[in-house]
Design a protein around this ligand. Structure first.
Ligand code: PLP
Length: 408
């Protein structure tokens, strides 16, 4: 955004301009300025003289100091994400989404504290609570993502933070983030929200009540399955804590990766539009099939928390799960192996469609799998990440998969 721009721009326009300040792209009035912030590789930043060293502002963003504090490529990406997140004072970048979750939790929790965690949280986040946080003397209590009363009942004197994830991993229940945030605020509990599914365009997390919003940039922002990165954004108070903690832990991302993330960001809106439309069409098609017991997609009526998605979200993405009607794991594997357009692999949010088996039963503490209202025999599911392929081709592929499931 070389020139001064109005601040009432739509999301697509903001994605084009985000982070492209003249500072990071060159001075427009001079030859040699560029559209995208260049990759600025450096561990050492040189000072012109010792007076400049003494006058330096080593602990402020956007000032050359030392490579671990970043350089213009990382600053441009952090600026871009801050511009896209209403209410954010700044964004900290991490080498992965899990590192961002850890960075946020370490910023607000101390030994003796209790962390409340939604029962549908991402598995590595749960493992962090059971392992590293427990070893540090931080206790975690899980609660039903669909029951704000359960959250209020679990809250205690020692509860200092809550981790929300909406929609949650694998089962995709949408949480009442505004209500839970209000309950947390009354009790002095810091709200950390993993907003990887929706991102800031579909769910402005800080405006909806979160204190810190975490994302795996590996997913929608990267968008091409060739990059690992995470971010945490917050208003003044928690941004300062995030930054201090990240610096103490020596967190830094490569400028090459930051440039890739900036490139991904430019097309994120278009990709999300397309993936969301395909995801909804495929979810509707699947929910009419006799082989399918349940489609867990927040955009589909009947999916847990769908009413909250309708109320609070302005968009979606290509990630959802489906549960087969009875049968066993072998039939599920036959479905997966018969697909030709869906790669079998972890992660999501890339341009290509992916499928993975899901087994949420072992990842539940406060709730159970199958979900309430589901038949106990309907346990075997898969998670689909819908990419940019043609809808008709993907449907034909799913048809192949369902035929193999039926034959198994
Ligand atoms: C993938 C994911 C993460 C972790 O991100 P990485 O970049 O893979 O470390 C965190 N939260 C959610 C919801 C995710 O899907």
């Amino acid at each position: 955004m070389a020139k001064k721009t109005p601040d009432n721009l739509g999301p697509a326009t903001r994605l084009v301009g985000a982070g492209r300040s003249a500072e990071w792209t060159g001075t427009p009035s001079q030859p040699g300025s560029v559209v995208s912030p260049p990759v600025w590789r450096a561990s050492t930043h040189l000072y012109p003289d010792s007076a400049a060293v003494h006058a330096g502002k080593p602990n402020e963003d956007g000032h050359f100091y030392y490579g671990r504090r970043g350089s213009p490529t990382q600053w441009a990406l952090a600026d871009a994400l801050t511009e896209l997140e209403p209410g954010a004072a700044g964004t900290v970048l991490y080498p992965s989404g899990v590192a961002a979750v850890a960075g946020a939790l370490f910023s607000v929790l101390r030994p003796g504290d209790v962390l409340l965690m939604t029962d549908n949280a991402y598995e590595p986040t749960r493992s962090m609570a059971r392992g590293l946080l427990k070893d540090m003397g931080i206790e975690t209590r899980w609660f039903d993502p669909l029951d704000p009363a359960a959250f209020a009942a679990a809250a205690c004197e020692r509860c200092k933070a809550v981790l929300l994830e909406s929609p949650g991993s694998l089962t995709l229940e949408v949480q009442d983030v505004p209500a839970l945030s209000a309950l947390a605020r009354e009790r002095g509990i810091v709200v950390v929200l993993d907003n990887t599914w929706a991102g800031p365009l579909a769910f402005p997390a800080l405006e909806r009540g979160a204190d810190i919003v975490v994302m795996s940039l590996t997913k929608h922002v990267g968008g091409h399955s060739d990059l690992m990165m995470g971010s945490a954004a917050a208003g003044e108070k928690y941004y300062a804590k995030l930054r201090k903690t990240a610096q103490s832990l020596g967190q830094v991302v490569s400028p090459d990766d930051a440039a890739l993330a900036l490139r991904g960001l430019r097309t994120m809106g278009l990709r999300l539009e397309r993936e969301t439309a395909s995801s909804l069409a495929l979810a509707q098609w699947l929910s009419a099939r006799l082989e399918v017991a349940r489609v867990l997609n927040p955009m589909l009526p009947g999916s847990p928390g769908h009413e909250l998605w309708t109320r609070d979200f302005s968009g979606g993405c290509g990630l959802f799960s489906l549960v087969f009607k009875g049968k066993d794991g072998k039939a599920r594997d036959a479905f997966i192996d018969a697909l030709t357009l869906f790669g079998i692999g972890y992660s999501w949010g890339g341009f290509e469609s992916l499928v993975t088996p899901i087994d949420p039963a072992g990842l539940r503490t406060a709730t159970r799998w199958p979900l309430p209202g589901m038949d106990a025999a309907d346990r075997f599911g898969v998670r689909l990440s819908i990419g940019l392929e043609e809808q008709a081709d993907l449907i034909a592929d799913l048809e192949r998969g369902l035929a193999a499931w039926s034959a198994a």
